[in-house]
Structures are given as structure tokens and as C-alpha cells.
Design a protein around this ligand. Sequence first.
Ligand SMILES: Nc1ncnc2c1ncn2[C@@H]1O[C@H](COP(=O)(O)OP(=O)(O)O)[C@@H](O)[C@H]1O
Ligand SMILES: [Mg+2]
Length: 250
Amino acid sequence: MPNKGKQILAVWGSPSSGKTVTVVKIAKELSINRKNVAVVFCDEVCPVLPTVLKTKKTVEGSIGEVLSAPSVTQELILKNCVCPGKNSYISFLGYKAGENVFTYAEYAKERAVDLLVLLRHIADYVVVDCSSALTDSILSTAALEVADTVLRLGSCDLKSVSYFMSCLPLIADRRFKPEKHIRALSNVKPRQDSGGYENTYGGVSYRLPHVAAIEEQFYSLALLDGLSGKEAKAYETVIRAITEEAFGNG
Ligand SMILES: Nc1ncnc2c1ncn2[C@@H]1O[C@H](COP(=O)(O)OP(=O)(O)O)[C@@H](O)[C@H]1O
Ligand SMILES: [Mg+2]
């Protein structure tokens, strides 16, 4: 049975801040409790499926098929979900290798909202990996509006600061509730001036540390694998706390 509490988390932030990594790690954390998790990858500039799926089989499903259909149905969503194999509780929905903005017909915001609403019925939890390019992704902006919780990731560099200065005004409208976003620093390396960036972002609730093994997993399509070591434990503690805040009843 789908749970009745907070169900949709949208993860948004600057380019390369670690959105995709964080989304997959949160999905893995949720799946530990044998809950079904739908992971939605919005990026159509750099399709995510070929960067997270370790499979020799040709990937058949694409979120583009769902969003460009005359109407979104549960059956269509399920047909286009891809199972990452290792973890039967997790389903991926995203653009596949070779696709780009011209592959499918344009879709309206209603389609994106329909998809997210239906996913609430299909899965216990939905985690959306939003595109940083908000103006190009109707699905990402719809997710920021519809999600029960938004996690905003920034990294400790000026590019990330510049990104938020440019993009926060795009979601200043009340319907996006930007003041409610959970703010976190991501991929924080020991020598970075995280305190300074924390202030620049108006304070953060979490700091996700850089873990060398995660970078390895990323490059070997193994983000759903477990981690070991002290660094990893510290990282997982933060992921668990974010997951609890995002989906807990508080
Ligand atoms: N906590 C982390 N520790 C180590 N590397 C990380 C961490 N978070 C992200 N990365 C690395 O940063 C890069 C960008 O991450 P990614 O999730 O693709 O960012 P985004 O989805 O925001 O573009 C990748 O090489 C990834 O391995
Ligand atoms: Mg990404």
C-alpha cells in the first residue's frame, strides 16, 4: 500500500552538485525498508539512464514516451520504467541514451503533473532528480511545485553560487515555497571553505561529505552498491537524516 504521508521528494540544485548521486542514495536508503521507490530523472540535456544503469540489455523505456503521450496512464508509466536489476524495490524513469529535446513532441505542464500524481499511486515513494536547467525542463519545475519536500543542493564553489543567484528568482513565486526547501551542501571536500558557502546560501541543514568511493561508484555505474569505511558511514548518516526529514511525519 502506498503510504499516506510525504511521498514526493524533488532534489534540485546547481549543475554537478551531486543531485543524481544523492537521489540514488536516498532511493537506496528508502528501499532498505522494502518500500517501492520510483526515481524520476528529468535531465534531457544529458540523459541519466545510461549513466546509472549497468545493463547489457538495450533499455526500452523512456520518460519521453510517457510525457508525449495523449494521456498518461499507470500502464504507460509501468511500461517505461526500468529496473536497475540489483534492487527490485527501485524503478528508474528517465531519458535513455541518444535522446534529446527533439526526440519527443513537446509536452505541457499538465502531463508532468499527471505523471507525478499517478506515481503517488504506483510507488510508496517518488524521488525526482530535477534538471538544473529549469527553464528547459517543464517536468523539473512541475516537480518543484508538486513535491511534498524539495532538497536544494549547492556545492562549495562560485559556479554554484552564481547558479542560485541566477535561478532562485525563477522560483520565487509562492507556489514553489522556496523558503521551505531543505538546504544542503553537497560533495564537501575537507579543504573547502564550507562555512563561508554555508553563509552565502543562507545557512544549510546538512553537509554531504565528499567520499572517494562514491566517485568510483559513479564512474562504474555502481551507485546502488553498498559503501564501507568511516567516511562512507558519515555520508550515510547524513543521507538517512535527510531521508527522515523528507519523508517523515514531522
Ligand atoms: N558525496 C560525494 N562524494 C564524492 N563524489 C561525489 C559526491 N557527490 C557527487 N559526487 C561526484 O560529483 C560529480 C557530479 O555528481 P552528479 O550526481 O552527477 O551531479 P548532478 O546530478 O548535480 O549534475 C560526479 O562525478 C559524482 O561522482
Ligand atoms: Mg545529474
